[in-house]
Design a protein around this ligand. Structure first.
Ligand SMILES: Cc1ncc(COP(=O)(O)O)c(C=O)c1O
Length: 369
């Protein structure tokens, strides 16, 4: 296998990916190679990853539980900290039970793997996250996608299915920031012998969960909650079924219990609502200021505010110009987004100041010229 040739091909197509090493806590201000930057590409929407109370809870968790869980949940890795967090997450989402997974990626794979023998078809929104597509592939059902957020397209595809199915959607779409029409999707699921599954990775903690009866709900804890991990919430039988059948639940080490103690504190702060109010104010401010500058804004009221550029090379060059001006905004290219929709994925956090947002947008306008 000629990896060297493959890598140089990627470079030539402006699709080569590289990591930037940040030095310090995940926060609005970050340092890369000694350069101070304002971070506009973190999913730490509520600025909880470096919150003093969350860190304190984490330290207390380490004192009580040590640093590792030591085993999978079904062996000896399921501690009281995991159990308490599951109960609080169930309450928070208004469901009978919740089940923790180590990441959102593995939670999605785990849902699909558990449902392998139950499903005859799956329909997915065209812009669903890669983990939903990979889960679908894992169970050997064809990947069938309806047009993004398009109920007519979904209805037409549903009419061609037979047997038991699942309609899967992101709630807030990870690269576009817009929102799925959960109530309408549930209506379609109801009359088509299907279960609705939503991935609320980017809505959880920012918007109230909307979980129709008998639907499947997955959310992650590494974004607005500021820690890591994920959970699925639902009725008693479904959660017990996942414990029995979900391979990515069974065959992996449980997250550190201290992370669960920290996440309990995050949830307390989420429920207080102060960080969320700051984030929502920042989202409004960003959209108004973009409009005032004549910048295109997307149909997104979430923390994800994409700026479509349309070419990998240009997206990289704008991202680089912003970097030089002191702003860290990543360029998103194919295959993460469709060719021709390459973009800057700007993400807002509660602790951004309006001055930082103003300066970013002014620099974006300049970089686009
Ligand atoms: C919509 C969506 N689902 C799932 C995931 C995976 O979550 P995690 O990062 O916890 O594996 C992500 C993360 O990027 C996501 O954006």
């Amino acid at each position: 296998m000629d990896f060297s040739k493959k890598l140089s091909d990627l470079k030539q197509q402006h699709l080569y990916r590289s990591r930037k090493v940040t030095d310090g806590a995940q926060d609005v201000k970050t340092v890369i190679n000694g350069k101070s930057l304002i971070n506009f590409c973190s999913n730490d929407y509520l600025s909880l990853a470096n919150h003093v109370q969350v860190k304190e809870a984490f330290k207390q968790g380490v004192d009580k539980y040590g640093v590792g869980s030591g085993a999978s949940h079904l062996v000896s890795g399921h501690s009281l900290a995991h159990h308490n967090l599951e109960e609080i997450l169930a309450d928070y989402t208004g469901q009978a039970r919740a089940l923790l997974f180590s990441t959102g990626y593995s939670a999605n794979l785990g849902i699909f793997s558990a449902l392998k023998d139950e499903l005859d078809w799956v329909l997915q929104d065209k812009l669903n996250h890669a983990s939903l597509i990979d889960g679908n592939q894992l169970i050997n059902l064809p990947i069938q996608r309806y047009k993004h957020n398009d109920l007519d397209s979904l209805n037409k595809k549903v009419a061609k299915q037979s047997g038991q199915g699942m309609i899967a959607t992101d709630n807030i779409f990870s690269m576009d920031g817009d929102q799925a029409k959960i109530d309408d999707l549930q209506k379609i699921a109801n009359f088509s012998n299907a279960t609705l599954m939503q991935d609320d990775a980017h809505g959880f903690g920012v918007f109230e969960p909307n979980i129709p009866e008998n639907s499947i709900y997955m959310a992650t804890l590494g974004k607005a909650a500021g820690t890591m991990g994920a959970f699925v919430a639902g009725n008693e039988d479904f959660i017990e079924f996942l414990i029995q059948k979900s391979r990515s639940y069974t065959y992996t080490t449980a997250i550190a219990p201290a992370i669960c103690v920290a996440t309990l504190k995050s949830l307390e702060l989420i429920q207080k609502g102060e960080q969320k109010a700051k984030l929502l104010t920042n989202i409004d401010f960003f959209r108004n200021f973009s409009t005032a500058l004549g910048l295109p804004i997307a149909n997104s009221h979430s923390a994800i505010q994409p700026l479509i550029i349309g070419e990998s090379e240009k997206a990289l060059s704008v991202s680089k110009k912003l970097y030089d001006q002191g702003f860290y905004v990543s360029a998103i290219r194919t295959p993460t987004v469709a060719k021709g929709t390459e973009r800057l994925r700007i993400t807002l956090s509660a602790n951004h100041t309006q001055t930082q947002i103003e300066k970013l947008l002014t620099s974006v306008k300049y970089a686009l010229q």
